[in-house]
Design a binder for this molecule. Structure first.
Ligand code: F6P
Length: 326
């Protein structure tokens, strides 16, 4: 067993629905095990500036259902500097903090890995990002809520698309990964999906569209991942319009709508399990690992692997999406 007595928790990078449920689970599990627990506000910036407050069970009441993060978040520049990290270490020392739970994405893990090597404070990472692009876990906190939000929006777009016989290009988030786009596309029955990981071309889309018109097939929805290499939804729409001037085409960017809102049951339970397990991992003396859930079992992946290895899209799902769009 470790000698961990005082731990801290923070959220960092883009907020994700379910982060609050994770913070609540960390605080309550820590208190249950007689640990002191501190909240660090505004991610690594707060660690550098000493924006740290002791939390008790009551401080995390009534937050499990709230989107965003009560601890606030930031993408920190100062923590990238050795001076910033030294200052952050001094802030942790001022509260005798001897273990940290970091909730965020790849950038958060990279910062934790560097800091741990410099100052030997154990960190456990929790995957908090809507993108679901973290190696070592089937799902990240926030992904399920984001795809449900996106699908609800797309369902509404379909109503108007269908009524006017229009073709909509709907752009969803996912800077480097197509998980949100793939699941939104499958769940909303899209005619085509543009993903960063696959090679769908405008020519292919154009051919599919023309064939659909010939067959009088209803084809009114293309889902575009933000990070796809063919261009954004506007560029794709313009290209198709220039080849088919008679098509009535519209573009919708769902954008940050996908990041907010009350977390789904799935995200609340996932985040609670992860937050709870993170504290138990610190108590066992673990550190330097990203916690995940694979096949419903809690797993631990070294930060370096979580950061450097690519989580790949399920090719069978990509193929299935094409077949179901026939
Ligand atoms: O990583 C989560 C994410 O929501 C991405 O999907 C998106 O590209 C990015 O954050 C947007 O970041 P910001 O809110 O800083 O513009």
């Amino acid at each position: 067993m470790s000698s961990v007595k005082r731990i801290a928790v923070f959220t960092s990078g883009g907020d994700a629905p379910g982060m609050n449920a994770a913070v609540r689970a960390v605080v309550r599990t820590a208190v249950y095990h007689d640990l002191h627990v501190y909240g660090i506000y505004r991610g690594y910036d707060g660690m550098v500036n000493g924006d740290i407050k002791r939390l008790d069970v009551g401080d995390v009441a009534n937050i499990i259902q709230r989107g965003g993060t009560v601890l606030k978040t930031a993408r920190s520049d100062v923590f990238r500097t050795p001076e910033g990290r030294r200052q952050a270490y001094e802030s942790l020392q001022a509260h005798d903090i001897d273990g940290v739970v970091a909730i965020g994405g790849n950038g958060t893990y990279t910062g934790a890995d560097i800091f741990m090597k410099e100052f030997n404070v154990p960190f456990i990472g929790l995957p908090g990002t809507i993108d679901n692009d973290i190696f070592g876990t089937d799902y990240t906190i926030g992904f399920d809520t984001a795809i449900n939000t996106a699908i609800e929006a797309v369902d509404k777009i379909r109503d108007t698309a269908d009524s006017h016989n229009r073709l909509f290009f709907v752009e969803v988030m996912g800077r480097h990964a197509g998980f949100i786009a793939l699941h939104t596309g499958i769940g909303s029955g899209a005619g085509a999906i543009f993903l960063p990981e696959t090679e769908t071309t405008i020519d292919e889309l154009n051919n599919t569209l023309r064939k659909s018109v010939k067959r009088q097939k209803l084809f009114n929805l293309v889902i575009v991942a933000e990070g796809n290499t063919n261009g954004d939804a506007h560029q794709l729409a313009n290209e198709i319009k220039s080849r088919n001037p008679h098509f009535d085409i519209k573009v919708t960017i769902i954008g940050h709508l996908q990041r907010g809102g009350s977390p789904t049951a799935m995200d609340r339970v996932l985040a609670s399990r992860m937050g709870h397990s993170a504290v138990k991992a610190l108590l066992r003396g673990e550190g330097g690992v990203a916690l995940g859930i694979i096949n419903d079992k809690i797993t631990y992946t070294p930060f370096l692997d979580a950061i450097s290895k690519n989580k790949t899209l399920n090719k069978d799902l990509v193929k299935m999406a094409e077949i179901l769009a026939l």
